[in-house]
Design a protein around this ligand. Structure first.
Ligand SMILES: CCCCCCCCCCCCCCCC(=O)SCCNC(=O)CCNC(=O)[C@H](O)C(C)(C)COP(=O)(O)OP(=O)(O)OC[C@H]1O[C@@H](n2cnc3c(N)ncnc32)[C@H](O)[C@@H]1OP(=O)(O)O
Length: 154
């Protein structure tokens, strides 16, 4: 059954998720990421250009590692809706290959790899404009019953 059909009357999925730290356009302290989705059968991909500031700094001039993990998590989470599933991150693994500069338009890309029942296996990369891969990630997302999500709402 499509995820939207499980929601309380009058509340869309986007309304429920309206303050997501990663992608909400109205969360003033969020990252406000905007993704482009490719949803061909064998190629489900989410891509965003990410240019963050000193507000997200760890080492001087570079992104905080936790923010990088958030970027990876958020990008991979965007692959779940094209699969017509509500899913939560169960496992996230990040390889920090090179420092990720702030104030630089980095490319964030996530790919759906494969699915085993409820288990969705995704990957993500963060790439410098010169083509250097700065970080890679693998994510395991678990499809959940959307009613469970509703119970978690305050
Ligand atoms: C999120 C809602 C969006 C709503 C739509 C709005 C969209 C726009 C907003 C987007 C927002 C997104 C934001 C970013 C995505 C988050 O960040 S979500 C937040 C972070 N994640 C969480 O808080 C999840 C917390 N964890 C949980 O609630 C529960 O662990 C879960 C994920 C529901 C899974 O629980 P469970 O169903 O009890 O599953 P569990 O038995 O623990 O494991 C399932 C299977 O995975 C296997 N497994 C576990 N770890 C591993 C591993 N490392 N490798 C291989 N297998 C493993 C287990 O062995 C098990 O296998 P089986 O025995 O079933 O074969």
């Amino acid at each position: 059954m499509p995820p939207e059909s499980h929601l309380p009357a009058g509340k869309t999925l986007d309304e429920q998720a309206s303050h997501c730290f990663g992608c909400s356009p109205i969360n003033p302290i969020g990252l406000q990421l905007t993704f482009t989705l490719t949803t061909e059968a064998e190629n489900i991909t989410a891509t965003a250009t990410v240019q963050l500031t000193r507000n997200h700094e760890g080492p001087p001039g570079y992104l905080h590692g936790g923010i990088i993990a958030t970027l990876m998590d958020e990008a991979m989470s965007k692959l779940n809706r094209p699969l017509n599933l509500i899913a939560m991150t169960r496992n996230l693994e990040v390889d920090y290959l090179r420092p990720c500069p702030i104030e630089t338009p980095l490319t964030l890309t996530a790919h759906h790899l494969h699915r085993e029942g409820r288990k969705l296996f995704h990957s993500a990369t963060l790439t410098h404009p010169d083509g250097t891969v700065l970080a890679t990630a693998k994510g395991l997302f678990l499809a959940i019953d959307p009613a469970l999500l509703n119970r978690r709402q305050p």
